[in-house]
Design a protein around this ligand. Structure first.
Ligand code: AGP
Length: 605
């Protein structure tokens, strides 16, 4: 997934583009580039390079342009090279692209584009096609001809050499938002790129051609009919997308979790009970649910696994968690009485979006748990429950996980009441415990120095294990992912009771094992499993709500968590796991916010 930005107006474009790209860098950061109308005349100059936006800034000289486009890349087609960096130019056209043109090879042969190409990218093929179809006078006609030929996802910003000051754009699936203000007009992959200029924006409708000039923006559909933008108001300010004194976005977002949870649950609690009326989610959605399927990717999926564990226990109905990229191919059993819950922080993950689209062919009971307002998944699901975590910039998801999990707790309680599986008194107690979670997390955040110290033991590890039973096992999956994606240490989550059936062979002297033992009904069994790995030389870090465990046959380091009902321990335990991953990454001198090979939201399949 990549970051794109365009500006045309009264201000100098270069700094707007470069500053905007820095804010979009979390979307992809292996190469970057800008293109602009040199001196606002009929010549398009480009500056692009493999590397980060700071490397691009170093090769940008001051220019007088007030119109340009910029791109920060997460490579899909072709390696990380200067030639493959965007923008791509061909003849009259310069463009940037977020997405994948699946039929680019066919287009090369069908339109004889090969002679014009110098890169390995699908994007350059698109530039060559727009150029081929451009009659030299009417860019919109060229776009109308080209767009139906593309298969796949795209968000294009396009400039035509003899149309100085004008940027055209068109999208399918890949996100793009736009705004206009007195300084000029902006377009970008998401709001963070231009929020300091305008809090009023609109989502560029799919297959609508946007024409952006200094004086404003017009939209026309492929038939040439004018389209009116539907304006939205952003619900957070620029500081939410800045580090606010923290060394990294990830550490800031770890510490934002108490507030994020409070903002997410409070509007959904009325008289101490779950209430989704403000979200236009009727109780009827939860009636007659014979089964529930949760579909997501990565951390969002692991939050879904917590939801499964909780709902299956509380409701006594089948709850399935599906990996979104597998869902479409595993013949899912979805009927009109199935509730399908899709979970996505960005609301743009294409695997999850396509799974939602399949689910909607079988049931109208689709509910999205999404953090980005107006995102594609939010707009396409039958119902949406927004989490209010604020923008999550760090690639490694932290506050999104806890607010998604909190959303599942609200849904589980609502389902329990509607299906008469819990009493009102039990629901009141449950919600009361949920309302205490923010304070519990605040207490655990005070352990950060202890956690930082214990991670010194992790820095040279090459393999680690996270083990637990029940909801602790689901949590161990999230802990393993966090460590892997930002410290590059291999980590495996394992059901504690399953280790002895083979994998324990991998336990040798000094192998770090992070053990979770917060669930009293399986506590003694987990302790036995921990003794098994300890006896084989593992270095055990144990998380539990016990007072204090000093028995060296159980663990080397013990982290005591505040005593809360078992079901709510996950919210405090995950904070420790997030901090273990974070301080290990930082201790290894790595970039915790922008780990290698990754991007914040994967909008390619
Ligand atoms: C988690 O830390 C990763 N960034 C990744 O697994 C992420 O959770 C996944 O790609 C899903 O993203 P989404 O929530 O935006 O759909």
């Amino acid at each position: 997934m990549c970051g794109i930005i365009g500006f045309t107006g009264k201000l100098e474009a270069q700094d707007i583009l470069l500053d905007g790209l820095e804010k979009l860098e979390y979307r992809g950061y292996d190469s970057a580039g800008i293109a602009y109308f040199k001196e606002n005349k009929g010549k398009i100059s480009t500056r692009k390079t493999a590397g980060k936006v700071k490397d691009l800034r170093a090769i940008c000289d001051d220019n007088e342009s007030t119109c340009g486009i910029g791109h920060t890349r997460w490579a899909t087609h072709g390696g990380v090279t200067n030639a493959n960096a965007h923008p791509h130019k061909c003849g009259n056209v310069a463009l940037i692209h977020n997405g994948i043109i699946e039929n680019y090879h066919e287009l090369v042969s069908s339109y004889d584009l090969g002679k014009d190409l110098i890169s390995e990218t699908d994007t350059e093929v698109a530039a060559a096609l727009f150029n081929k179809l451009y009659d030299g006078e009417n860019p919109i006609e060229a776009i109308k001809k080209a767009v139906p030929l593309f298969k796949g996802s795209f968000a294009f910003c396009i400039m035509f050499k003899n149309k100085p000051g004008i940027i055209y754009a068109v999208r399918n699936v890949s996100p793009m938002v736009a705004a206009t203000c007195e300084e000029g007009s902006f377009i970008a992959s998401d709001l963070t790129a231009f929020i300091q200029y305008s809090k009023k924006y609109f989502i560029v409708p799919e297959y609508t051609i946007l024409t952006m000039t200094e004086s404003g923006i017009t939209l026309t559909d492929l038939d040439g009919t004018n389209v009116e933008p539907e304006f939205l108001e952003v619900n957070w300010d620029i500081t939410a997308a800045q580090k606010d004194g923290y060394p990294t976005f990830m550490l800031k977002e770890i510490n934002e979790q108490p507030d994020a949870i409070t903002r997410t649950i409070t509007p959904r609690i009325a008289d101490g009970l779950p209430d989704f009326s403000a979200d236009n989610i009727p109780d009827s959605l939860f009636e007659n649910c014979r089964d529930i399927t949760i579909v997501a990717c990565g951390t969002a999926m692991y939050a879904g696994m917590v939801g499964k564990s909780l709902m299956q226990e509380m409701l006594g109905i089948p709850v399935t968690v599906a990996i979104a990229s597998e869902f479409r191919y595993e013949h899912p059993v979805i009927t009109e009485d199935s509730l399908v819950i899709v979970v996505s922080q960005s609301g743009e993950t294409i695997d999850t979006l396509e799974a939602l689209r399949l689910a909607k062919t079988r049931t109208q009971k689709t509910l999205a748990i999404v953090n980005v307002k107006g995102s594609t998944i939010a707009r396409e699901s039958n119902y949406v429950l927004y989490t209010h975590a604020g923008p999550e910039i760090a690639v490694a998801s932290t506050k999104a996980y806890t607010v998604q999990t909190a959303a599942f707790y609200l849904i589980a309680c609502k389902l329990g009441l509607i299906q008469d599986k819990i009493s009102k008194d039990e629901a009141h107690e449950f919600i009361g415990n949920l309302q205490n979670v923010s304070n519990n997390i605040t207490e655990v955040l005070k352990l950060s120095e202890n956690v930082e110290r214990l991670t010194k033991r992790m820095l040279n590890a090459s393999n680690t294990f996270f083990i637990g039973r029940g909801i602790d096992y689901t949590l161990s999956m999230e802990g393993a992912l966090k460590l892997k994606e930002i410290s590059y240490i291999h980590a495996e989550a394992y059901a504690a009771g399953e280790l002895k059936h083979g994998t324990i062979a991998l336990i040798s002297e000094g192998v770090p094992v992070i053990a979770l033992a917060t669930q009293s009904h399986v506590y003694s069994k987990v302790i036995s499993n921990i003794r098994e790995v300890k006896a084989r030389g593992a270095y055990v870090i144990l998380l539990s709500m016990d007072e204090n465990i000093t028995d060296s046959s159980i663990c080397d380091t013990f982290i005591s968590l505040p005593k809360v009902p078992d079901r709510f321990a996950i919210f405090e335990a995950v904070i420790i796991l997030q901090m273990i991953a974070y301080f290990t990454s930082v201790g290894k001198g790595l970039n915790a916010d922008q780990p290698r090979n990754l991007a914040k939201s994967v909008t390619v399949e």
